[in-house]
Design a protein around this ligand. Structure first.
Ligand code: SF4
Ligand code: SF4
Ligand code: SF4
Ligand code: FES
Length: 988
């Protein structure tokens, strides 16, 4: 239904509840709007969008269209008001566009000066009594150029919800404040870049832009100031029109040398996409705007951690091991050696003596080719990827109960939940942008948040209820509250009877899971468990988010299943705001499995032992395929030790550090007869290789990634591959062809065409349908219809019904005892990714978080005489490390936490070889150590780490405080403070 509005005399259809500014933008009426950003909503600080609505001056951004409303956008009153408002802005901002790095055609202040045809400003520019703040490694704030629009504050407070920024409206010289007045570098700022991204001018700028974007901006500061003075000097005579023409000519010249290329983040599984601005091989900035998962959002890694791409340490020539040393080799020689040795080993020991490991950092097309090489060229199903290390148990839990092994909805569906339950996920650090949506819904919409975790992470601090169960006992409390819900009439019985099979058998399996058993096993009060049960049962919609705190246990698959059982019993599937969300770690860990990099499945989870499936692939690939499941990552290491596995080809995977019990893994890798490692750096794993092949990172190739939302997105090539390196898909094709395959892929789109033709799950995926920022969430039907929310009509089983899956409990392994008396937990950090091979190559990130550490609780620190910085030795049943302590109340009691991000001090020297019994995912979270205090040292976390800041939560820009200033007058009115007019705004 639409309503009719008259705009400048023309009848116009408006959507109900549409903001007048959105209507005017949609229908092409040009109107100034300096502080407005559609993803931030109306901030109402700039007053430049003044229009007349039914005879009254109002802000178009905060006024909703009304039936029959008469809108004037160019009356004399309107024009005068807009000019008056913009004059205020120019009083806060010096126009020196020609020598400004923000003069790139998209500067809002520049463009508004032009739109309003400003020739001279009435309010002269006045400097503010503050210095430029350069203390953050990635961006700087120039208070003199700040127009006090407050976009940055709104983004920080209510989109990122880090709550660092505010404006001191009552001060004679307001400015943006970090933590109420700290230096940026010493504040709580997490360098997510939201504020920089939305700043409409050059007040906040990426340092990588400064001196690089413009033709005249790299000149020394004194000369630059001189040029600014010249520009300002001619303004009274020539007016801004002439000056803007010069700056626009300069800006147009930039167009020719600045490239803006869409890509998808290479770090976590959220799937942020953005434009990368480059000049030659220099990355000017990352500009997020319309990514379907992230909009204007990024985290520190996606926004700023790209130095690795141009690192001098990139591999640019193949290496061959000879007499225990590596020497450089030509591609020809290296590829010939790979083909010869693989052929020899296959001939001598059979195809199953070789194994292949795909990269969850690389593209779908590359995983597809790797598994095609293993199956169709070599003839083995010994094929896996690193989802074995984290997500396989979650996938099993969902396969058992609802049928698809992916998140049941989108990030938007999580936003819509009335209750979010996070279990074993440090979401704010591991999936930062996804976490912002939960933080925002919690802050602004009253979404409830429950967190179960061992450690008090940021989400736990924000939660309405934070619960710390004993390690490895989640299955018990999950099952106990499910039983309580069923027994107390809190279950969704109509949903169960219509949509769910197996209720009776499942109920019987719950028999041991009494509240008393849960209290004793999990160490949680019954009252707390009952409260959780009631909150879940009474919520309108519940989404459960989980990650490695659940999956990396010996009960990982069963605990994941217990989550899905709980969701089924409470009817929390099939609608937005409900469902199961195992959060995928790597950017393409979902896609690697989806595209067949698994020992039991061909692409699209089609079983290797299904003859019909094999016939289809054999016809498509013109090859005979192996018929039985192959070895997974974990089994491969055992098979090497047993002498059954002789050769391995691995790309983009740091198995030497990230597999558990790394001493055992490395001993195995050293025993391989032939080992090919393909990577962009000489990783720790490369040390065990016989041949190292230099590959290209995501910015140097095309392809697709699949994010945690099952969202397939295209990445475009930003740079040519660094001389000497090659995209992985080309290398795999070269190896395959030397082994007798006859592949002729010229572009990844051709690979995807083949995938779609063989895989019903992706039948309708084409590069055309993924052009630019378009995306598809699998399953994708042949006509291109995708499913952002799964199970809207039925579950993915033949009868359309979900299945409750009976479970039993067994104790976690590697428990503390007298000798190993402390439990060691481990996981991610915001600033680094995984083992840190990419992020440690960023100077800015190293400045913030230079090294690894072990978190020790204040209680344990006191007992053992430990301070932040004290060196300690941790010894487990499998190995030992030496590391510095950080004393923090994030951990409590005899619980330690070590980030996984270190190549020098890998936590996996301490973890063991126990695994989830279904998937063989290592039980990384079941580890015990003892601790010996060594010498004292410096705190491994420097003062500039965001942890030491003091956020200043508020409701956002708080423009009402500006309106209360004695010198504020609403443009076009005589009212000094003009409350009446402000109250008349009816926006949100
Ligand atoms: S956390 Fe820092 S970078 Fe992110 S929006 Fe806030 S001030 Fe800006
Ligand atoms: S720094 Fe913030 S308040 Fe200042 S102009 Fe930029 S977005 Fe607006
Ligand atoms: S690391 Fe994850 S949250 Fe951060 S920008 Fe990349 S995809 Fe987004
Ligand atoms: S756009 Fe700034 S007040 Fe409306």
């Amino acid at each position: 239904m639409s309503i009719t509005v008259t705009v400048d005399g023309a009848v116009t259809e408006a959507r109900p509840e549409e903001r007048l500014l959105d209507l005017l933008n949609r229908t092409g009426t040009k109107i100034p709007q300096v502080c407005y950003h559609p993803q931030l909503g109306p901030i109402q600080t700039c007053d430049t969008c003044m229009i007349e609505a039914d005879g009254k001056l109002v802000r178009a951004c905060s006024t909703l269209a009304g039936v029959g409303m008469k809108v004037l956008t160019n009356s004399a009153r309107v024009v005068a008001a807009q000019r008056e408002a913009f004059d205020q802005i120019l009083g806060n901002h010096m126009l020196y566009c020609t020598v400004c790095d923000n003069n790139n055609g998209n500067c809002t202040v520049h463009n508004t000066t032009k739109l309003l045809a400003v020739e001279h400003q009435k309010i002269p520019f006045n400097t503010k009594p503050y210095e430029v703040d350069n203390s953050n490694p990635f961006y700087r704030y120039d208070p003199d150029q700040c127009i006090l629009c407050g976009r940055c504050v709104e983004a920080c407070q209510n989109v990122e919800v880090n709550e660092t920024l505010s404006i001191n409206w009552e001060d004679p010289h307001p400015r943006v404040l970090w933590d109420g007045g700290a230096k940026i570098g010493e504040s709580s700022c997490v360098s997510c870049g939201h504020c920089v991204t939305v700043c409409p001018c050059n007040a906040l700028m990426e340092k990588s832009m400064l001196g690089h974007a413009g033709f005249l901006t790299r000149i020394p500061k004194r000369a630059l100031n001189g040029m600014i003075d010249i520009i300002k000097g001619i303004e009274p005579d020539t007016g801004y029109g002439t000056i803007l023409k010069v700056s626009e000519a300069e800006s147009a010249m930039r167009e020719a040398r600045i490239r803006r290329t869409k890509t998808v983040c290479t770090y976590c599984g959220v799937g942020c996409s953005f434009n990368i601005w480059t000049k030659d091989r220099h990355i000017l900035k990352v500009e997020p705007s319309e990514g379907p998962a992230n909009g204007i959002s990024t985290c520190i890694k996606g926004k700023f951690a790209w130095d690795f791409v141009n690192s001098a340490e990139r591999l640019t020539q193949p290496l061959i091991r000879e007499a225990g040393k590596f020497r450089e080799a030509s591609w020809e020689e290296a590829l010939a050696l790979v083909a010869r040795r693989m052929t020899e080993i296959k001939a001598a020991n059979g195809p199953d003596s070789l194994a292949f490991i795909s990269s969850s950092k690389c593209t779908n097309e590359e995983s597809y080719l790797m598994q095609k090489l293993a199956r169709a060229v070599i003839g083995t199903n010994n094929m896996d990827n690193c989802s074995r290390y984290c997500q396989s148990p979650a996938t099993v839990g969902l396969w058992r109960t609802v049928g698809y092994g992916g998140d049941s909805g989108s990030i938007k569906d999580i936003e819509n939940a009335s209750l979010v339950l996070i279990i074993g996920s440090n979401t704010a650090e591991s999936h930062p942008v996804l976490a912002t949506r939960v933080k925002r819904a919690h802050k602004l919409r009253g979404q409830k948040l429950i967190v179960f975790d061992l450690r008090e992470n940021e989400m736990a601090r924000r939660a309405d209820l934070f619960v710390r169960p004993k390690p490895g006992t989640d299955l018990v409390w999950l099952s106990a509250i499910t039983r309580y819900i069923l027994e107390n009439g809190l279950a969704k019985t109509s949903f169960l009877s219509q949509w769910v099979n197996g209720l009776e058998e499942y109920k019987e399996s719950l028999e041991p899971f009494t509240m008393e058993f849960a209290e004793k096993t999990c160490g949680l009060p019954i009252e707390t468990l009952k409260r959780v049960a009631h909150m879940i049962a009474e919520a309108e919609g519940v989404c459960v988010l989980w990650a490695m705190g659940i999956t990396q246990h010996t009960m990982g698959s069963d605990s994941s299943t217990a989550i899905s059982n709980l969701l089924l019993v409470t009817g929390n599937y099939m609608r937005t705001g409900t469902g199961a969300y195992p959060l995928r770690g790597h950017n393409n860990v979902q896609g690697a499995s989806d595209h067949g990099a698994m020992p039991s499945n061909l692409p699209g989870y089609q079983s290797v032992d299904d003859p019909e499936v094999r016939v289809r692939f054999e016809a498509g690939w013109n090859a005979k395929l192996p018929t039985t499941k192959g070895l997974d990552n974990h089994e491969m290491i055992d098979a090497i030790h047993e002498g059954k596995l002789k050769a391995m080809y691995l790309f983009g995977e740091e198995i030497s550090l990230v597999d558990s019990n790394s001493n055992f893994v490395n001993d195995g890798l050293a025993k391989l007869e032939f080992f090919v490692v393909q990577d962009i750096f000489f990783s720790k794993t490369c040390q065990f290789a016989d041949v190292v092949l230099p590959a290209s990172p995501s910015l140097e190739k095309e392809g697709t990634f699949t994010s945690t939302e099952r969202r397939i997105q295209r990445l475009y090539q930003v740079f040519e591959p660094l001389q000497g390196s090659r995209p992985d898909w080309q290398i795999i094709q070269d190896v395959a062809n030397r082994l007798g395959a006859n592949w002729h892929y010229q572009h990844p789109s051709e690979i995807y065409r083949e995938i779609a033709s063989l895989t019903p799950l992706f039948a309708g995926v084409t590069y055309e349908r993924l052009e630019g920022y378009k995306s598809l969430q699998w399953p994708v039907a042949a006509d291109g219809a995708d499913e952002p929310l799964l199970y809207r009509k039925h579950f993915n089983f033949p009868d359309g019904k979900a299945r409750l899956f009976p479970l039993s409990y067994s104790q976690p392994t590697d428990q503390p005892d007298q000798e190993f008396d402390l439990h060691l937990n481990n996981g991610r950090l915001l600033e680094h990714f995984h083992e840190g091979n990419l992020t440690y190559r960023s100077d800015g990130i190293r400045e913030k978080t230079p090294d690894t550490f072990v978190e020790v609780s204040p209680e344990l620190a006191e007992e053992r005489g430990i301070q932040s910085g004290t060196w300690v030795q941790l010894v487990s049943r499998y190995g030992k490390v030496r590391v510095r302590a950080v004393v923090t109340d994030r951990v409590h009691g005899r619980e330690l936490y070590m980030p996984m991000n270190s190549a020098e001090t890998p936590v996996n020297k301490l973890t063991g070889s126990h695994t989830d019994k279904i998937t063989h995912t290592p039980a990384y979270k079941e580890a015990s150590v003892n601790l010996r205090v060594l010498e004292s040292g410096e705190n491994p976390l420097p003062r500039v780490n965001s942890r030491f800041g003091h956020p200043t939560p508020n409701s956002g820009v708080e423009v009402e405080r500006k309106w209360k200033r004695p010198d504020y007058r609403m443009p076009g009115t005589k009212n000094a403070q003009n409350h009446a007019s402000n109250e008349g705004s009816n926006g949100d």
